[in-house]
Write a protein that binds this ligand. Structure first.
Ligand code: ZN
Length: 133
């Protein structure tokens, strides 16, 4: 598939296993932040892989994202990071990052469960993601 088509394709869902990994990762690095990239697989509308950024366990997800922003793989469609706070709302720095990279962004906040995450588009507007079993 051409990169152009991928860019035009809306992301409609995320695999349950990815959410599980996101929850586990957020819990394991708490109270620090974790970060990663979201990738689609055979179905270009469904996120089926989380690419963890090992450096983010050291702390500031936003800084690490900037360092790893380099040449985008067309299967990478967005980012995920955790907030140690109970607020999964994008910060100013998050909005800046969303605009620069990707189409869908997930923030998971404490207590890192199935209800404490939100998805946003590149402009920071809430968007819905279906959980695919
Ligand atoms: Zn953030």
């Amino acid at each position: 598939m051409q990169e152009r088509e991928l860019i035009m394709t809306a992301i409609r869902g995320i695999e349950r296993s990815c959410l599980d990994l996101i929850r586990e990762s957020a819990r394991s690095v708490f109270p620090r932040e974790f970060g990663g990239f979201l990738a689609v697989g055979d179905d270009p509308q469904v996120i089926d892989e989380v690419v963890l950024l090992p450096g983010t366990v050291a702390g500031n997800a936003h800084t690490i994202f900037q360092m790893h922003m380099a040449p985008p793989d067309p299967s990478l469609v967005g980012t995920v990071h955790s907030h140690p706070s109970p607020h999964p709302l994008p910060s100013e720095a998050d909005l800046h990052m969303f605009q620069r990279y990707g189409r869908v962004h997930i923030i998971i906040a404490r207590p890192f469960d199935n209800h404490s995450w939100r998805a946003y588009d590149h402009r920071g507007r809430p968007t819905s993601l279906e959980v695919v079993e």
